[in-house]
Design a protein. Structure first.
Length: 229
């Protein structure tokens, strides 16, 4: 993905940069299970909360929450096509439900799910449109959605936008699970754009602010590559 947008670098840095870019190129494929598993779990909890609140005061909310529930099961089981388009048993699919209940929180979640389904089905242009529409304040769901959107940007050749979106997602999350991961992806993409100062800043932030993270265990090699020039 990002490799296509990379600009020429000096010969001595080529090997290191190619290694970094290959990591970025494999981001979505290798890590979507971890990120999306977290996202799915949190969305299910939120939907359950909305379901409870809807019983008290918002009948349309509960109707929407109940309508999207079968799709969550399909999505969790990896049946993205059925989750997106519906089945023969009364589930209309996330795409239709996002339109039908667009004024509700459950409808917005259906739109997020639709975007993630399209991403999993490699229709990144459509996924990008859905993910751009999603907004939320939850500390895990919202930044995870932004991370997925950043990957769409990178895959679609909008590398600069992808880097800044990964960085925004990391700031929004502000936790040891998502933030260092997103900062690393942003840094790798900034390197591919020949912006080493911005990349180095993020790598050092991972080392200092998130020392217990998995990313911090290997961050020294990224820092060394940029400081040894």
């Amino acid at each position: 993905m990002a490799k296509k947008a990379a600009k020429p670098v000096e010969a001595q840095d080529q090997k290191g940069l190619e290694e970094a870019l290959s990591k970025s190129e494999q981001f979505f494929e290798n890590n979507k299970k971890t990120i999306f598993s977290c996202l799915i779990a949190i969305i299910v909890i939120i939907a359950g909360g909305m379901l409870y609140n809807a019983k008290v005061a918002q009948p349309r909310q509960i109707k929407a929450a109940e309508a999207i529930f079968p799709g969550e099961t399909y999505f969790a089981n990896g049946d993205y096509s059925t989750a997106l388009n519906g089945d023969a048993y009364g589930f209309d699919g996330f795409e239709a439900l996002a339109k039908q209940y667009k004024s509700t929180k459950a409808g917005k979640l259906a739109g997020l799910y639709a975007g993630l389904c399209y991403a999993q089905l490699d229709s990144m242009d459509i996924a990008q449109k859905y993910l751009e529409k999603f907004s939320g304040d939850d500390q895990m769901v919202a930044p995870s959605a932004m991370g997925a959107l950043a990957n769409c940007y990178a895959t679609n050749g909008q590398v600069s936008k992808a880097a800044s979106t990964f960085e925004k997602a990391a700031k929004k999350a502000d936790n040891n699970l998502l933030s260092p991961y997103f900062y690393l992806q942003a840094g790798i993409l900034y390197e591919s754009l020949n912006k080493p100062a911005q990349a180095l800043k993020l790598y050092k932030m991972i080392k200092v602010k998130y020392p217990e993270s998995n990313e911090s265990q290997e961050i020294d090699k990224y820092i060394a590559r940029l400081t040894s020039k």
